[in-house]
Design a protein around this ligand. Structure first.
Ligand SMILES: Cc1ncc(COP(=O)(O)O)c(C=O)c1O
Length: 377
């Protein structure tokens, strides 16, 4: 392709695609090592809400068993994984859609339900992919101001208009870590269903569900039975420790599931991810360990922030949002010290940093680096 062809190719993309501001992912360890001439082994990455325990051993063994079969395509319908999910959540297998990460499911819902002329409702400071997926479809954004950094469901309900086809809710939310109790979600679902029926789909994104304390957990699969306009998405990237494999799933009634599958790539979830997810789903000990490590680590970070007199948002996920003032400068100083966290200016939070909860030694490294940075500024 010569340069003129490139120009023409760009010129043919719709304006709404050209207007997309790409997703800012956490900086990879190797990139920081190159940039600042650091030893990758000494770099701490707390920037992408990954599980600091890494891949569960059960998943590693499951992967090893199927490597020799990788010359073949994966099961396009993920029969075994859907059967395992069906047994776990008590919904029929044909209510489940598998995704290449739960990100894929957010995009499938947008692809299936949005178009130019349609609109999506989501909250200020909500997960960035809602904006991207809406923008990529040329749909209108209805961004509802946050309340205490979290979703304001009353205002979100009021914001739904005749063009609205999709409402995104992240619970807990990323990057703020805020949480909506079951009663509030349930009341919202009932109101939207009563007023708009199947015209407006609600996508309840529960990527961090497994990190909730038991008293906050609720069985959202039961809402899927009740509400024909609801999609619940979950992921294996966080508490299950499979972020690099890319696997998530959605639960919805068959008509909605059918629509999602019409726009799904046939082989969107690879063979390694499918077997690893089945193994991880059955690994209750790993899940519990992940939950407990996160709870302790969260307290360590909160204690550290309190000592430093920093404001933070109480978090229900595996990360904490902390207000450091000039976040860009603080972030740069942390990077120079080999600590990667996530600046969130792109989410409308220029004074804040989001820190994923790591292993005890990683949390300590981060707090030491932060203390040194703030002390010298
Ligand atoms: C709220 C929320 N939803 C969905 C995702 C997507 O994760 P994945 O595609 O790895 O499942 C993330 C990832 O950070 C998230 O924070």
């Amino acid at each position: 392709m010569n340069l003129d062809d490139t120009k023409n190719a760009v010129a043919t993309a719709p304006d709404y695609v050209l207007a997309i501001a790409p997703y800012q992912a956490g900086k990879p360890i190797e990139e920081l090592a190159r940039e600042f001439k650091l030893d990758p082994a000494n770099i701490v990455k707390l920037a992408s809400n990954e599980n600091p325990l890494g891949l569960p051993e059960s998943a590693r063994r499951a992967i090893a068993d199927v490597i020799s079969g990788l010359g073949r395509y994966p099961d396009p319908n993920g029969f075994d994984l859907k059967a395992a999910l069906s047994a776990r959540y008590g919904v029929p297998a044909d209510w489940i859609t598998l995704g290449n990460g739960s990100n894929d499911l957010l995009e499938l819902a947008s692809l299936a339900l949005l178009a130019p002329g349609a609109a999506a409702v989501y909250s200020q400071h909500a997960f960035a992919v809602y904006r991207l997926a809406t923008q990529a479809r040329g749909a209108r954004h209805i961004v509802v101001p946050a309340h205490d950094y979290g979703h304001d469901l009353d205002r979100m309900y009021d914001a739904i208009d005749n063009d609205t086809r999709l409402v995104f809710i992240a619970n807990p939310n990323n990057p703020t870590g805020t949480f909506l109790p079951a009663g509030q979600i349930e009341a919202f679902l009932a109101r939207v269903h009563d007023r708009w029926g199947g015209k407006v789909t609600v996508l309840l994104d529960e990527a961090y569900n497994e990190y909730l304390d038991p008293e906050f957990r609720f069985d959202s699969a039961r809402w899927v039975e009740q509400y024909s306009n609801l999609i619940v998405s979950r992921t294996f990237s966080k508490a299950y420790g499979l972020a690099g494999l890319r696997v998530g799933f959605a639960m919805a009634q068959p008509k909605l599931t059918d629509v999602l599958n019409r726009v799904r790539q046939p082989f969107n979830v690879n063979s390694l991810a499918q077997v690893a997810a089945i193994a991880a789903l059955g690994d209750a000990a790993f899940l519990q360990q992940s939950y407990e490590l996160n709870k302790t680590g969260k307290q360590t970070l909160i204690d550290g922030f309190t000592r430093l007199g920093l404001e933070f948002v109480p978090s229900y996920g595996n990360f904490v949002l902390v207000r450091v003032g000039d976040a860009a400068s603080v972030n740069l100083e942390l990077l120079k010290k080999g600590v990667i966290v996530r600046p969130v200016a792109g989410d409308g939070l220029p004074e804040w940093l989001r820190v994923s909860i790591g292993l005890p030694e990683e949390n300590a490294r981060f707090l030491d680096a932060l203390t040194a940075t703030l002390g010298s500024s």
